[in-house]
Design a protein around this ligand. Structure first.
Ligand SMILES: [Zn+2]
Length: 548
């Protein structure tokens, strides 16, 4: 999720010096950022295999308590310490391994557990982390996330978690780095009777306790990223359908507030439509075993794996608005399409470092126009993605700073989408392009990846060396500009504002004739037969032009 350009616009409206200051501040990283954002020696030696998160949520107190049992495999010579992240003011009350309580050294949000016994490579071990506290309250979910302690219109508790970027360790203890996804997970949540908790995966068991609480046990059988894990508690009802998909029957379940059941039954028709279009473009939904769910929440929405959260108020577009300004954005519910698109790009293929988050948001923003392409055709989809260019700021590169939990520019959304749309033009074969998108999802199935892996795959599969193309669009804010001059039947042209080696071909119309030109940094020329001296660049390319 996270359309951050909304807040960026506010920044731009402020004075330039304020903007400059904010950007400058953002580049100052602390030791805590390194502990959070890098694969520290205290993280590297063990690989997550299983989590059992078991918590009680007390809405009246806005308090949570419980434990996470972490199973892991020793993959290299163990460090003396194990790093477990839990953000203050939450605190670990005790950590237990093999029946013994471990010493915990707290360093801000990182907790270093002293491992007393010798562990060997290949060992599978577990550790129980008991904790409690008043978790950070979401200030502006899902962007500035945490726990949202809300009430529905009947005055009943309506609670949800969101923690992308900030990290899941703001409400539960874990290894809070994207590179290592747990293989499977059990989420057990105890809450007051009369309310229902919906988490990821499938409901295994619902237990009524004798103290006026209920405990729901949700099992996720696939690898899941930490920020995807979620708790949603409300006065829910549900309905479901079976989608006949590429891998067989897919259970699609919808959890909504009781009062919203009827409108949801009508409005959520976009969900199976989405599934059909995205399976076509990206391949099978990646989590059949865990089902697909839409879960209503008191904030806009988030790509929580197999329990996509929904708060778009049953409106078309983005809260009723069209982000492309073309009208096409009102043909679908933005949150259903965008957040579910993340099941392929974010949940199936996950960035190893959040600096590469364009892999999540670029492809997913691009999925919006592929949804349109499937139902309304290529021109509609082109109109949409081109329309979204108005949201691009070109303030910073799409890739952030590695190893400090730093995201790149919010341009990762629509500049990312327009970069991919441009790439589709270069490949000039829609079926091949579709096979590449599907290929990404099978090649990197349930994996965490780097930008380099995605770049290499796209270069290999397209047969085009895209090194300079990605350097240009991902690593600079420069938009390639075609400078040209038409004089006496001769067209002179070259690229400017480019990185070294950038030589992207371009489809143009000269006079009445459509053709490819092959600009480079040096001037090139060609003679035109046309009497009409004009050059029009194909609008599908995200480039600038300047006639001299
Ligand atoms: Zn998103």
């Amino acid at each position: 999720m996270k359309l951050k350009y909304v807040c960026l616009i506010i920044v731009i409206l402020s004075t330039f010096s304020v903007k400059a200051q904010l950007l400058q501040d953002k580049e100052k990283f602390t030791h805590q950022d390194t502990l959070r954002g890098s694969i520290t020696p205290e993280r590297a030696w063990w690989d997550l295999t299983y989590y059992h998160l078991d918590i009680e949520v007390k809405p009246e107190l806005k308090f949570i308590s419980g434990k996470n049992t972490i199973y892991y495999k020793v993959v290299s010579e163990p460090n003396e310490f194990m790093q477990i992240d839990l953000q203050q003011p939450m605190e670990i009350t005790k950590a237990i391994q093999d029946g013994k309580e471990l010493e915990v050294q707290v360093e801000g949000n990182a907790n270093f557990l002293l491992i007393p016994t010798k562990q060997n490579i290949g060992d599978i071990k577990s550790i129980e982390i008991h904790y409690n506290g008043y978790p950070r309250e979401a200030k502006r979910a899902p962007w500035d996330g945490g726990f949202s302690w809300k009430k529905d219109q009947n005055g009943k508790h309506f609670i949800a978690t969101s923690c992308q970027g900030l990290g899941a360790s703001l409400w539960w203890p874990n290894k809070d780095h994207m590179y290592d996804e747990v293989d499977s997970m059990l989420i057990s949540v105890t809450n007051p009777k009369g309310l229902t908790n919906v988490s990821n995966g499938r409901l295994r068991k619902l237990v009524e306790n004798n103290n006026n609480t209920v405990t729901s046990h949700w099992f996720v059988s696939n690898p899941i990223n930490n920020y995807g894990v979620n708790v949603n508690i409300g006065d829910y009802t549900n309905f479901s359908e079976v989608f006949k998909g590429e891998k067989g029957d897919l259970d699609m379940d919808y959890w909504v507030l009781k009062d919203n059941l009827e409108r949801a039954i009508t409005h959520f028709k976009d969900a199976p439509k989405m599934m059909k279009a995205f399976e076509h473009w990206f391949g099978p939904y990646p989590f059949y075993e865990d089902s697909f769910k839409l879960v209503e929440v008191p904030y806009l929405g988030m790509e929580h794996q197999s329990s996509v959260t929904y708060g778009n108020q049953y409106k078309q577009g983005y809260l009723g608005r069209d982000l492309s300004g073309t009208g096409w954005g009102l043909k679908f519910d933005f949150i259903i399409i965008h957040e579910a698109g993340h099941e392929w790009f974010a949940n199936n293929i996950t960035n190893k470092d959040i600096a590469d988050m364009w892999i999540h948001e670029g492809f997913t923003s691009y999925s919006e126009n592929l949804f349109l392409d499937y139902y309304y055709g290529k021109e509609a989809s082109a109109d949409y993605v081109i329309g979204t260019r108005a949201n691009i700021q070109n303030d910073k590169p799409l890739i952030g700073t590695y190893n400090v939990n730093n995201e790149g520019s919010s341009d990762m959304y629509y500049k990312g989408a327009n970069m991919l749309h441009t790439l589709r033009q270069l490949i000039e074969d829609d079926e091949k392009w579709r096979q590449i998108l599907r290929g990404l999802n099978s090649e990197f199935y349930h994996q965490t990846v780097t930008t380099k892996q995605i770049e290499d795959y796209l270069s290999e599969q397209s047969g085009i060396d895209l090194t300079a193309f990605f350097n240009q669009y991902l690593r600079t804010t420069k938009i390639p500009t075609l400078e040209y001059e038409i004089k006496a039947g001769e067209l002179k042209y070259r690229w400017t504002d480019i990185v070294e080696g950038f030589d992207m071909p371009l489809k143009v119309v000269i006079g009445n004739e459509e053709q490819w030109i092959y600009p480079k940094a040096e001037w090139k020329s060609l003679m035109t037969k046309s009497s009409k001296m004009s050059l029009i660049i194909d609008r599908n390319f995200y480039v600038n032009s300047k006639e001299l």
